[in-house]
Design a protein around this ligand. Structure first.
Ligand code: NAD
Ligand code: 6OD
Length: 489
């Protein structure tokens, strides 16, 4: 990456510097070197982006037929695929994650997020009711779905392109305009998508990107702007609370995908190797920075020791390295700041009396990577459920493993947490899988799999893991306003 590169906002179809020329520096998670200067939005930039989006809604975009909109969104998906290598390079530079994960999961999902919602809006029917009237002629009611208007999209750094497009795809498919505030840690793919929008011919002002930080900065300015009609947010539960307060001004709707402290449940009757493989992925993929990831593992007692040993072997076999090297299987954390947080939990686990199975610190890295935010994959056992590392979201490559003796016990253990995002269950007993899936208090349960996504399904969190559901027709509930038309016959 060209370190003198200056990443600009994308407002009204143009790449623009901040109105007051402010910028900040983005550092590489891989080696700590400066990567790029990023324009930092103030209130004036937010106002310009919101004004552009409002103007787009009043203009050509607001009048397009669904068919034309759908064609344009297919065009976006195709152009992302055509520029696949550019998106992979940008995401690798931002996150430091291995090429194979970005190539196989994160960038293809960006394209799919446009295509699937184009298909959904094309195929969904509206409800209608005939009703009786006193004069006998009757009336016909039918529902129409109108775009909500300007959607504020606030996204995190852990899977930047996937998570940002998961909001932008349905928002545009439903005919809205968006102002995106990507994470300050990962601005590159959102900016690159601006080029795609222009190439495809998405009208100016429909897709806008403003860069910057959260509290008392770009994020908060956007959520407080009265020209934003609804806010969709993915990130920490604490941030969701702040955004909800901002959205209360003007009574704006919110959709929240928040934190998790997910349980993996492994029954003794599972296919052992598949379960080890699945739990390994769910704990360590993306260096543990996946909201759906597993940080609490419960293993039925007869296979507990064997399972811990097998997961330890897998964790110790990860290959650290630069993302471009296809031999690398494991990347750094996103930033030094996040590494400090994760390492503080590594220390806390030991202070709280954990048995360290593996990891627990910083790996020895070659000199050229020593400035990166690397940590070891880490496994603990022996902690009570009250320990901080068993209760709180760490968002790092680590888990605590505990034995259990019965189905009821493990369901209680899984549910004894304020979060309720996802669970992965491993068993060959189909009845048990159904029973447990019905009783775990989460938005998504995977059985004998993890992070296997069909984008038509409802996605979201229970308890403190979120508000609302997105995916398939569920996204339409948030990105459109349903209105009724009643025609007296
Ligand atoms: P974060 O909440 O710190 O930041 C997310 C975004 O919000 C960033 O763009 C940030 O700049 C912005 N922001 C921060 N404070 C703000 C404020 N007061 N007003 C407006 N915007 C503000 O989250 P993160 O550290 O980037 O991401 C990690 C978190 O995201 C984890 O908790 C993870 O579980 C969660 N997450 C959840 C899901 C899900 O689907 N449920 C998916 C991915 C990540
Ligand atoms: O797959 C998705 O749609 C989704 N929102 C995934 C979230 C991953 C969290 O890190």
């Amino acid at each position: 990456m060209d370190q003198s590169r200056h990443i600009l906002h994308f407002i009204d179809g143009e790449f623009t510097a901040a109105a007051d020329a402010s910028h900040f520096t983005k550092y590489s998670p891989v080696d700590g070197r400066p990567l790029a200067k990023i324009a930092e939005a103030g209130r004036a930039d937010i106002a310009a982006a919101v004004a552009a989006a409002r103007s787009a809604m009043r203009g050509e975009w607001g009048k397009l037929s669904i068919e034309r909109r759908v064609d344009l969104l297919y065009g976006v998906a195709d152009e992302i695929t055509r520029r696949f290598d550019d998106f992979v390079a940008a995401e690798m530079a931002d996150t430091g994650q291995p090429a194979h994960v970005i190539e196989q999961v994160f960038i293809p999902r960006g394209a799919a997020n446009f295509k699937i919602f184009a298909d959904v809006v094309k195929n969904v029917a509206a409800e209608s009711f005939r009703m009786a009237t006193p004069d006998g002629r009757g009336a016909l009611n039918y529902a129409i779905r109108n775009p909500k208007g300007v959607i504020g999209v606030i996204s995190p750094w852990n899977a930047p392109f996937l998570l940002m497009t998961w909001k932008v795809g349905p928002a545009l498919a439903c005919g809205n305009a968006v102002v995106v505030k990507p994470s300050e840690e990962t601005p590159l793919t959102a900016t690159l998508l601006g080029e795609v929008m222009n190439t495809v011919g998405i009208p100016k002002g429909v897709y806008n990107v403003v860069n910057g930080f959260g509290p008392n900065a770009a994020g908060e300015f956007l959520t407080r702007h009265p020209g934003v009609d609804a806010i969709t947010f993915t990130g920490e539960t604490r941030t969701g609370t702040a955004i909800m307060k901002a959205a209360a001004e003007g009574m704006r709707d919110v959709s929240f995908e928040l934190g998790g402290k997910n349980a993996g449940i492994v029954f003794a009757d599972c296919h052992f190797d598949a379960a080890v493989d699945g739990i390994f992925r769910s704990v360590f993929l993306n260096t543990g920075q996946v909201c759906l990831g597993t940080e609490r593992v419960y293993v039925e007692r007869p296979i507990f020791e064997r399972f811990v040993a097998a997961l330890k072997t897998r964790a110790e076999a990860v290959r650290y390295g630069r993302p471009e090297d296809h031999a690398s299987t494991y990347g750094p954390l996103i930033s030094q700041e996040h590494r400090d947080k994760v390492l503080s939990y590594y220390r806390k686990a030991i202070d709280e009396g954990a048995t360290l199975v593996t990891g627990g610190g910083v790996p020895d890295m070659p000199a050229e990577l020593a400035g990166g935010s690397w940590v070891q994959p880490t496994i603990w056992t022996g902690l009570p459920e009250t320990a901080a590392v068993v209760r709180e979201e760490i968002f790092g490559p680590c888990c605590h493993i505990r034995p259990f003796d019965s189905e009821d016990e493990v369901i209680d253990l899984a549910n004894a947490n304020d979060y309720g995002l996802a669970t992965t269950i491993w068993t060959d007993n189909l009845s048990r899988a159904h029973r447990v899936a019905e009783r775990v208090e989460v938005g998504v349960t995977w059985v004998n799999s993890w992070f296997l996504r069909d984008l038509r399904t409802p996605f979201g969190g229970s308890k403190q893991s979120g508000i609302g559901r997105e995916g398939g027709v569920h996204s339409l509930e948030f990105y459109t306003e349903t209105r009724n038309v009643c025609i007296k016959l």
